[in-house]
Design a protein around this ligand. Structure first.
Ligand code: SAM
Ligand code: SF4
Length: 327
């Protein structure tokens, strides 16, 4: 079992398989992209698999595949299959912009990967283009509908942004009327690969909740799972659920069970902290699994209590893109 210095069990890895992406969401990266990782600096799938094997033997039983856009990476499905064949297979889930999903849906089902988070900030085609700088709304919408029809456990993630998509809070919430989908609203974070500065957050979780309740009346509070980052609700009479994620307010750090591995091997014990070590550099030396595990445990013995403490110790990466950090 992996424990951090605050005696929290760590059982959840967020694994970024690439920092590359076919969209350019303005809150994540600039139009020209970010200085993407060179092929030789990217962990190979064999290297990722070795790290996952070590971690799953230590009780990591959930792995979320993210990026960048995971489906941009060639042979992703081959890698996912290998993860399902590990001695201690983890529960797998994927966060995706859903642009490239369609050809893979059947195989995902065959692999038993049914938990998919679709990032979709708006149901309006023009606003989608303004936010992502790409003309892909129809594809995403089609793929979302296929996932729902095929019975996947779908969560729709929407970053709430003043002057961009406030009308979508209600439009997206309406998806929960007839579909058993979870629509989750996220506070915007400063990881946009640009200034690293964030003017005061206009739409924090309380404001989002107020906005929803002003429209629907009181929402029904649901029980939040133990390590949940979202505060969960439902709209009376609706089938699905609403989640609000205080990603910037960080009210959930006390029960954090997460670690992150970036495509270039950077290992983070907190999203707001600097990389604790680079596992690519370690793994490309002659090193045993036991030694790698020791380095990981050592990193965990310094895991900050919360994202605010991590941030004060970190002078640099707040300028990084979520695509590199692995959202
Ligand atoms: N490309 C995939 C996608 O968009 O779902 C996976 C990677 S993306 C970095 C993961 C999640 O991070 C998305 O839901 C995205 O909305 C969120 N994200 C990116 N930048 C963010 C920011 N500055 N603030 C809040 N959420 C952000
Ligand atoms: Fe790409 Fe996801 Fe970042 Fe948008 S949020 S640019 S889809 S990595």
């Amino acid at each position: 079992m992996l424990l951090d210095q605050h005696n929290r069990t760590v059982n959840y890895l967020r694994l970024s398989v690439t920092d590359k992406c076919n969209l350019r969401c303005f809150y994540c990266m600039p139009e020209e992209g970010i200085p993407f990782c060179k092929k030789e600096d990217e962990l190979s799938f064999e290297e990722m698999l070795r790290i996952c094997r070590i971690l799953t033997k230590q009780g990591v039983n959930k792995i979320r595949i993210t990026g960048g856009e995971p489906f941009v990476r060639k042979d992703l499905l081959y890698f996912l299959r290998q993860l399902t064949e590990l001695e201690n297979p983890p529960e797998l889930s994927i966060t995706t912009n859903a642009t490239l999903l369609e050809p893979h849906i059947e195989e995902l089902k065959n692999l038993g990967i049914t938990s998919i988070n679709v990032s979709l900030d708006t149901l309006d085609e023009a606003r989608f283009f303004a936010i992502t700088r790409r003309d892909a709304f129809q594809q995403v919408n089609r793929n979302l509908n296929i996932l729902l029809r095929e019975g996947f456990d779908v969560k729709v993630n929407c970053v709430v942004m003043e002057n961009k998509n406030i009308e979508d809070i209600i439009l997206l919430s309406e998806l929960t009327k007839t579909a058993p989908v979870s629509v989750r609203f996220l506070e915007e974070m400063p990881f946009n690969a640009q200034t690293g500065e964030q003017t005061e957050l206009q739409w924090n979780y309380l404001h989002i909740l107020e906005h929803l309740e002003a429209h629907y009346g009181p929402l029904v509070k649901l029980k939040d799972p133990q390590h949940s980052t979202s505060l969960n609700y439902s709209i009376p009479g609706y089938k699905g659920r609403i989640g609000i994620i205080p990603s910037f307010s960080r009210t959930f750090c006390g029960t954090c069970n997460r670690i992150r591995l970036s495509a270039n091997g950077d290992f983070r014990t907190c999203l707001y902290g600097a990389a604790a070590l680079n596992l690519r550099d370690e793994i490309r030396q002659p090193v045993t699994d036991g030694q790698l595990l020791q380095r990981i445990q050592n990193a965990l013995s310094h895991k900050p209590a919360n994202g605010f403490m991590a941030e004060t110790q970190n002078t640099q990466h707040i300028k990084d893109s979520m695509a590199y950090l692995g959202g």
